[in-house]
Design a protein around this ligand. Structure first.
Ligand SMILES: Cc1ncc(COP(=O)(O)O)c(C=O)c1O
Length: 398
């Protein structure tokens, strides 16, 4: 077997299961998991109806490029959402089966193995960036995201000789696990660096629609390109998804958009990879990208939860004010995220994810250590119940 498989790190949830092994939580308290980023809000019914109506299309093979109608709907959506001059649905858009597989596959397709290969990833981060890098024979370049830099990578800290080896920079905005949003100026700055050092920017924007201020949608990489008059989106790709936007993580539907010079070889790679999206899913996706009302309802629900949980937890934990995504990223009293997680589960039957499981120790320090990730994905009532239990757990130990 491929020896690079041995380089893969255990997934955070495997580590969490090991941490909780042997612990018996109080049976009288119902378990509230705040761990997995799987939305528990109702899936968008319109998309499911369309899926049902097109079920006989499961009898046909889909094309890798997806249906022209789907590509057009996606191009129109992204153009509206990010104020673009336009996106060519023929060559600048590709439907994918969710961002996870697309992120992984893009790295395999893009890396030039004839040169030393580094891929920059935020630290802490979504583990697929790292796994994709390792399996493509590259080395991750971990860029710490700490409170001092607004939980965003500090690109100025990377020396020019390191940039020379970097082939791809991953951004995650809004960020998992920190919830940090990349401002338009940071995108622009990174685009300038990409031109200077010849790398690709891969911007994972799968949480882009979960912003809390209805008047301030989180900006995106293509939006920065448009603001710079870079209408060919050179060196830039964005990854979007219906998983969080429409509460359809099981549909496996998203898209990649941007530089046609990157999309064409990626499409070629995908032809061999054999991962075309089935036709009923494509029809359902058209319905979902065409509807904003259900996304506003979704944001309303997250806004209500963030407000309620912030009121309960802010007096006992410090965390950045959430702007977007469905995560809270508090530091834990005492500073030991693993011990906190284990004891909280043991005493209150609430599961959270230790922040250190999502980061890597670079220069002696893991920027996720001392924090936990709370995914506010459940409905309001269990989420508030969990917040109250976390608060009483902290107060009991104070
Ligand atoms: C940062 C980030 N990127 C990508 C994904 C994958 O999402 P999907 O493949 O459902 O689009 C997730 C899922 O939790 C995520 O947190």
């Amino acid at each position: 077997m491929n020896p690079d498989l041995d380089a893969l790190k255990p997934y955070p949830f495997e580590k969490l299961a090991a941490l909780k092994a042997g612990v018996t939580p109080p049976a009288e308290l119902e378990h509230v998991p705040l761990t997995i980023g799987e939305p528990q809000h109702a899936p968008f019914a319109g998309a499911l109806k369309t899926l049902h109506e097109h079920q006989l299309d499961f009898a046909r093979y889909p094309a890798t490029a997806g249906m022209p109608e789907l590509r057009q709907v996606i191009a129109d959506w992204a153009t509206r959402r990010f104020g673009l001059a336009g996106l060519d649905s023929e060559c600048q858009v590709l439907p994918v089966n969710g961002t996870r597989e697309a992120i992984f596959a893009f790295v395999q397709a893009a890396i030039d193995r004839t040169h030393p290969t580094r891929i920059a990833v935020p630290n802490p981060f979504y583990q697929i960036y790292e796994g994709a890098t390792l399996l493509a024979g590259g080395q991750p370049l971990y860029l710490d995201c700490r409170a001092e830099t607004g939980f965003r990578p500090d690109f100025d800290s990377v020396p020019a000789e390191t940039w020379r080896e970097v082939q791809i920079v991953f951004l995650c905005s809004p960020g998992n696990p920190t919830g940090a949003v990349t401002p338009l100026d940071d995108f622009k700055k990174l685009i300038a660096l990409a031109d200077q050092h010849d790398f690709i920017i891969a911007s994972d924007e799968c949480y882009s629609e979960l912003y809390l201020d209805e008047s301030a949608p989180s900006p995106g990489l293509l939006e920065a390109c448009a603001a710079l008059g870079r209408h060919d989106y050179r060196r830039c790709l964005v990854f979007h998804s219906l998983s969080k936007r429409s509460n359809l993580p099981g549909l496996r539907s998203g898209f990649v958009a941007g530089d046609a010079g990157l999309i064409a070889p990626f499409k070629r790679y995908r032809t061999y990879h054999g991962c075309a999206m089935s036709l009923p899913l494509q029809h359902a996706s058209i319905t979902a990208w065409n509807d904003e009302a259900h996304v506003r309802t979704n944001r309303d629900a997250y806004r209500e939860k963030f407000a309620a949980v912030t009121e309960i937890l802010a007096p006992v934990m410090a965390f950045p004010a959430p702007e977007a995504s469905f995560y809270l990223w508090p530091s834990v009293p005492g500073g030991d995220d693993e011990a906190f997680t284990r004891a909280l589960f043991a005493e209150e039957h609430v599961s959270v994810l230790p922040g250190s499981y999502m980061g890597r120790k670079i220069n002696g320090e893991n920027p996720g250590a001392g924090r936990i990730r709370l995914a506010l994905v459940a409905e309001l009532e269990p989420t508030v119940t969990a917040a109250h239990r976390i608060r009483r757990f902290i107060e009991r130990r104070a």
